[in-house]
Write a protein that binds this ligand. Structure first.
Ligand code: ADP
Length: 444
């Protein structure tokens, strides 16, 4: 019969376990015999070599199970031999006179189940061995008053008991095997269903990605195409205001000024939106980044703003992080420029700190600026999300902006499997915290 690999492996594992259990069982049997030798008057010298040989044989068989387990005939011969040696041991320990030792034969029957061989065959080999023992001891037994009928009765009892034990073991093993088979089938079914589901999800994700790319290209094109006409409108309106502003009535001039202001704001938005596309779709190789160096570079770029605000910037020791250098540079610059933007001139303080905690790199920028009221703290991370103009006044002046910066920050940080959050109190200042995975697991 051709057997497949998993079946051979299964048989080998079972045979190895069975041999080890056999070795342990025989050693225990020997320990019992040794412990009770004075009570039952066992002659240890008679049986110790046989016990030792059986234990050693089983240990060797356990070590070499891979070689012999697939040979079913060998397994049968080995088990029958084991039964016969056990019978010889029993004979030396007193034979049928040691009635309770009959239990010894339960071992090979149970082991036969583990070996996946016929328990009935082994049970009957045991019963025949017992019968042979009875026959050999027949004379001695008669001398102690156990007559031939009683001896036959013992043998019959042994046949019945062993076969009953075999029946029980066989049924129990069958149930276990059935259960294992059933479980295997269930696992295979579920695995197949999961694989199918994964495949479907994979193709849906790919389709979604394609749609997203299409949409992004579309928005990019529209945004890009809007830029030139809008700049032209702005330029023309500005020119008109410069050239004919004085000649216009007050109302017309106000209208024209509003057009210039709104067109200017929209142009800024388009510029920032294009920046968002550029940054988030920039392909970059991830690397280890020293956050301290990134902050130094950002502060250099922001020097004019720091000088204009006469702000004090304190930078603590910062950890390094694994990520995309230009994108994370953008995150740092954005948070720092916001902090500087919203602090009052002459009193501004910005603190930059970092740490590594429980597998996460923390990077925070704290300021003592105008703060953000709780109602707006979630929305500011959305695209175009801003605190309404009247609440964004620093040094008596409304602060301009487009509401794109933090949306870019959020996208970049989430692309690194991180999070960004804010804690803030109006009038007291804000602290923005970026959390990124420490180690190389971050970039998606
Ligand atoms: P922008 O600054 O261009 O408006 P951002 O996306 O960078 O856009 O910020 C969104 C909004 O979040 C800002 O309009 C402002 O209301 C608020 N904000 C961001 N950073 C701070 C800060 N450090 N202090 C106070 N408000 C802030």
């Amino acid at each position: 019969m051709v057997r497949d690999e998993p079946e051979i492996e299964y048989q080998t594992t079972r045979a190895r376990t069975a041999s080890l259990i056999a070795a342990a069982g025989i050693a225990t049997y020997f320990a019992f015999v040794a412990a009770t030798r004075n009570v039952f008057l066992f002659d240890l010298g008679q049986v110790a070599p046989m016990f030792s040989a059986l234990v050693v044989l089983n240990l060797i068989l356990a070590a070499t199970a891979g070689i012999w387990a697939p040979w079913r005939r060998f397994v049968y011969v080995y088990q029958a031999l084991q039964v016969i040696v056990c019978t010889a041991i029993l004979q030396r320990l007193g034979g049928l006179m040691m009635g309770p030792l009959l239990i010894t034969y339960a071992f090979p029957v149970i082991l036969a189940e583990m070996f996946d061989t016929s328990v009935f065959a082994i049970a009957n080999v045991a019963a025949v061995s017992y019968a042979a023992l009875a026959w050999m001891q027949s004379k001695d037994l008669s001398e102690v008053g156990i007559n031939a009928d009683q001896q036959r009765g013992f043998v019959l009892l042994a046949f019945v008991a062993f076969n009953f034990l075999a029946l029980y073991t066989n049924r129990y093993g069958y149930q276990l095997r059935n259960l294992a088979h059933h479980l295997q089938e269930k696992v295979a079914e579920r695995t197949a269903a999961l694989t199918e589901m994964n495949r479907e999800l994979g193709s849906k994700a790919r389709a979604l990605e394609e749609k997203q790319d299409e949409l992004r290209d579309f928005v990019y094109t529209v945004t890009h195409d809007l830029k030139s006409p809008l700049s032209a409108i702005l330029l023309t309106a500005d020119l008109l205001l410069q050239r004919d502003g004085q000649a216009l009535g007050a109302e017309s001039r106000d209208d024209l000024e509003r057009i210039v202001r709104l067109a200017g704001g929209t142009e800024d938005m388009i510029r920032d939106l294009l920046e968002l596309f550029k940054i988030t779709s920039l392909p970059e190789a991830p690397a280890w980044i020293e956050l301290g160096t990134v902050v130094d570079r950002a502060l250099e770029t922001l020097h004019p703003l720091i000088a204009a605000k006469r702000a004090r910037v304190e930078v603590a020791r910062l950890p390094r992080v694994w990520g995309e250098p230009r994108k994370l540079g953008h995150v740092v610059t954005n948070l720092l420029s916001n902090a500087l933007k919203y602090v009052p001139a002459g009193q501004g303080r910005v603190e930059v700190a970092g740490a590594v905690e429980n597998g996460t790199v923390l990077f925070s920028v704290r300021d003592n600026g105008i703060g953000i009221s709780p109602a707006y703290q979630r929305g500011i991370f959305d695209l175009f999300g801003r605190v309404p103009g009247p609440e964004q006044v620093v040094d008596g002046e409304p602060v301009g902006g487009t509401g794109v910066g933090l949306a870019i920050v959020k996208r970049i940080v989430e692309g690194h499997r991180g999070t960004v959050s804010v804690e803030s109190e109006p009038g007291a200042g804000s602290r923005f915290t970026v959390r990124l995975p420490a180690g190389r697991g971050g970039v998606r």
